[in-house]
Write a protein that binds this ligand. Structure first.
Ligand code: ADP
Length: 461
């Protein structure tokens, strides 16, 4: 009999993962209530998924009664737990409070490849999933990206492995999960509007390191100073990836190197994770920028230790096209190249995109909703690469104060104006790059709506 049978479960948040958790729990015989601060009319899309499953609802706010009456509470990643008064009350009372991810890993029958970091999670998750596919091995890919992990359980978990993107929000409640592979792409300032300090943000990410055991592979970015520090607290089997040649780093790192690095002279990734050296040429790799080489290295390490063949990986390198809204090429018009990087919602991702353009002058469109970011670290790249800075949205004044002295800068009132000015001011060979460094919710529903609108405007030029 299911341990959830007859249990009163409260799901806080009626998003995709909350709905998928409700489906799972109802099938297990639980008595499920979903509570959300939004009204039913605003939630009609996710609610469709539930069909006629027996679930109770509480819309337009949460009541103390529903929290106190629950025997288990599942909290959606959007909820800020320490600031949530009712959650603090029930926690003190001793009611178990957990997440959809923890619920799912308790049921997962296959190895878990867990991916976190500030940037590159979605690209890396998809890359690894595609490597499995290229090798004719079924794999689930999802989590924070696309399908929630509990939905994979609902659908009968038919893959060989679950490749799962995990945001810091999802990791906050992680306790039971023991990943077969844990990957950390990088750590830089992000979500400071929720965490307040970098320490708190890093602590949330570090939850994934803490749950690894001695059999877990832990894949870390050697080029990231914070992640170098993670190595000291790692109880798993450590694998590095780096843009540096380990022989040039020298010492013990070179002698005992286990992982992957980029060999510039051979334009190849060299991987040492199987007992012999493997070479992955990059002539056919379509993604721009060193950051995507880093993503690829991490993916190769994970896929190889999990038994994906070298041929499967090499074939994926040639076919992988990247994801929409991540340094996505849109169009060439009158000699000007337009790129949509709407998913760049923090400083590091803007740095990565600007660095990807080695020679051409860049017209950068930035701005949006500020996440309490410090924009000054962008100054050197703006100075060296950006011909014109076009600022839009809520954060435009703040960005102007931090960066306006390093390039010719325009503050515009609308997104349409931003695109129009970018084109009017461009010349043959220029790059127009939308890489906002901010989230989108000041003007759009999400980064996808922003990127799609940018592409539409660009295509109308
Ligand atoms: P995430 O899921 O972590 O948000 P994405 O793959 O969706 O990561 O990419 C988000 C943004 O970060 C995009 O602008 C993309 O170009 C950039 N990016 C992708 N990989 C990296 C990386 N390894 N380092 C820095 N920036 C990256």
């Amino acid at each position: 009999m299911s341990k959830y049978k007859g249990k009163k479960v409260l799901i806080v948040g009626c998003g995709t993962s909350g709905i998928a958790a409700a489906k799972f729990l109802v099938k297990q015989g639980a008595r499920v209530m979903i509570t959300d601060t939004k009204q039913r009319t605003e939630l009609s899309e996710p609610l469709k998924e539930l069909g006629d499953l027996k679930v109770e609802f509480e819309f337009g706010g949460h009541t103390e009664r529903s929290f106190l009456g629950a025997e288990l509470i599942i909290v959606s990643p959007g909820i800020n737990i320490p600031n949530h008064q009712l959650l603090q009350v029930v926690k003190q009372k001793g009611t178990p409070v957990t997440s959809e991810i923890e619920l799912a890993v308790g049921e997962l029958e296959q190895p878990l490849i867990a991916i976190t970091g500030t940037n590159g999670k979605s690209t890396l998750t998809t890359l690894i999933g595609e490597m499995y596919k290229s090798d004719q091995k079924p794999a689930f890919m999802g989590g924070n990206l696309g399908i929630p992990l509990i939905e994979y359980i609902n659908q009968g978990q038919t893959g060989q492995v679950a490749v799962c993107e995990l945001s810091s929000y999802q990791l906050e409640m992680t306790e039971k999960m023991v990943p077969a592979v844990a990957i950390f792409t990088n750590i830089d300032q992000d979500h400071l509007d929720r965490y307040g300090t970098m320490e708190n943000y890093i602590a949330a990410k570090k939850r994934l390191l803490k749950v690894c055991d001695r059999n877990s592979w832990v894949i870390l970015n050697y080029d990231d100073p914070v992640l170098q520090g993670f190595a000291n607290e790692c109880s798993g089997k450590l694998i590095w990836f780096t843009m540096k040649d380990p022989m040039k780093v020298g010492g013990e790192f070179a002698e005992k190197f286990f992982g992957a690095y980029f060999d510039e002279t051979r334009n190849s990734i060299i991987a040492k994770v199987t007992g012999k050296e493997e070479i992955y040429p990059l002539e056919t790799f379509k993604l721009f920028g060193d950051h995507n080489k880093q993503n690829l290295m991490a993916a190769i390490c994970a896929a190889r230790v999990m038994g994906v063949s070298q041929q499967g990986i090499q074939s994926c390198i040639g076919t992988f096209k990247g994801l929409a809204h991540r340094l996505e090429f849109c169009r060439k018009k009158d000699g000007v190249y337009f790129f949509n990087d709407s998913k760049a919602t923090n400083i590091q991702s803007v740095q990565a995109s600007l660095s990807a353009f080695k020679r051409s002058p860049v017209i950068l469109i930035a701005g949006g909703k500020d996440k309490n970011m410090e924009f000054a670290p962008l100054a050197p790249l703006v100075k060296s690469k950006v011909k014109l800075l076009i600022l839009v949205g809520e954060a435009k004044e703040k960005i102007n104060r931090a960066l306006g002295d390093f390039a010719e800068t325009y503050l515009v009132g609308t997104f349409e104006e931003a695109v129009l000015v970018s084109f009017q001011k461009s010349r043959n060979g220029d790059i127009v790059l939308l890489s906002p460094g901010c989230s989108s919710q000041d003007m759009f529903r999400d980064f996808e709506e922003r990127g799609d609108y940018f592409k539409k405007l660009v295509n109308q030029l």
